[in-house]
Design a protein around this ligand. Structure first.
Ligand code: ATP
Ligand code: MG
Length: 353
């Protein structure tokens, strides 16, 4: 069977280090592994509109920003097809048919949607489009015959929902759709990076992010302002590393060689953590280290972004070509779906049979 990746991001803001740890870094690795026949990376503008209906301009502006973030992280348009969701109308038609295979109560049980509804204060009035976005995500995944979806932990319920739709569709209409697997980051601390404010998830919509495009000075400012253990007041106090964002970021980004380069008094992250837990290690020192680690990881990304910013017409052309290629691939699935459902009325005069 063909090995195919589908993954993407909502153009609701520039991409942040949570995206990098949770999904982008893995995507680049998978892209360069040579184990995949096709890779589709979607800028999910239609999904972004489900909770930004009044701000299409924000979504439009961020399409280019997300494309620039992809290219700066090492997504290579020669190997991966980058496209814009709404430029592939076949996805909307697929969603419409899948909606008949899912119940309202099943959507209501989705824990990610539940917490996102809460986060956006949508409890009293949820836009129907937002409520249904897990179905549209199933359309995105199945349209490309994706076998793998590299994503953060918050996407697990979406993949589960998609698999259920695939089973249901195939059971009712015959074997047509491919079942996807989620690929989570190997490093568990990357599955869900918290915000710099200590909230459970770094998220564009919460404004608690370190962006991949942040200037080095800005990264330093944000790291120095990060939430840590609130009970670690004096340097001599014992501190908690569990759930402490500064240490969670180190878990996600620190490499063994960072110690010899930036903090030679310690030989490993374990040793640094033990000192913090015992007491006697100040937050400022750990934050300075984290800032250096992050800057060293993000520096090449920042540099490449500056270069791509000078080549916007090429980025535009790449998005156009990618969207057209995606449209062609999705059309094949749509035709297979219509055929399986016997609603391909005008192929081989099927309406007359
Ligand atoms: P929004 O607030 O608009 O939903 P977001 O920051 O949650 O934006 P998405 O575009 O929804 O970002 O997510 C894109 C991908 O990045 C998904 O695979 C998601 O799992 C991953 N991701 C997002 N935030 C994090 C995070 N804090 N830690 C790890 N992975 C993340
Ligand atoms: Mg999200």
């Amino acid at each position: 069977m063909k090995q195919v990746i589908l993954t993407g991001d909502r153009p609701t803001g520039r991409l942040h280090v949570g995206h990098y740890a949770g999904s982008l870094r893995e995507r680049v690795k998978l892209q360069n592994s040579g184990s995949f026949d096709e890779i589709y990376i979607m800028i999910a503008d239609a999904q972004a509109l489900t909770d930004n209906a009044e701000h299409p301009e924000k979504v439009r502006q961020n399409i280019m920003q997300v494309a620039l973030d992809y290219l700066s992280c090492g997504i290579d348009p020669e190997k991966s097809t980058i496209f814009i969701q709404s430029m592939v109308p076949q996805l909307t038609e697929l969603s419409f048919y899948y909606m008949n295979l899912v119940t309202v109560s099943r959507l209501q049980r989705n824990p990610t949607v539940k917490s996102e509804i809460q986060m956006r204060n949508f409890e009293a009035s949820i836009p129907v489009g937002f409520f249904c976005y897990p179905i549209s995500q199933a359309a995105d995944i199945t349209a490309f015959g994706a076998t793998a979806v590299p994503a953060g932990e918050d996407q697990m319920p979406m993949i589960e929902q998609c698999r259920e739709i695939v089973h249901k569709f195939n059971a009712v209409y015959g074997e047509t759709l491919t079942e996807p697997q989620i690929i989570l980051p190997e490093n568990a601390s990357c599955c869900r990076l918290p915000g710099i404010d200590g909230k459970a998830k770094m998220s564009k919509s919460l404004g608690n992010c370190i962006y991949l495009s942040d200037e080095p000075k800005e990264i330093e400012r944000k790291v120095m302002s990060m939430f840590t253990d609130p009970n670690h007041i004096k340097v001599s106090d014992p501190g908690r590393v569990e759930g402490n964002p500064v240490f969670l970021y180190l878990d996600a980004f620190c490499e063994p060689e960072d110690f010899s380069q930036f903090l030679p008094e310690y030989s490993s992250l374990q040793e640094l953590k033990e000192h913090y837990q015992r007491g006697g290690l100040g937050d400022i020192k750990v934050k300075r280290f984290l800032s250096q680690v992050l800057q060293s990881r993000l520096q090449p990304i920042y540099q490449r972004r500056k270069e791509w910013e000078q080549r916007l017409p090429e980025v535009y052309e790449m998005l156009y070509q990618g969207s057209m290629a995606a449209r062609e691939r999705a059309e094949q699935t749509l035709e297979a779906v219509r055929h399986a459902m016997k609603i391909d009325y005008f192929t081989q005069s099927s309406l007359l049979q």
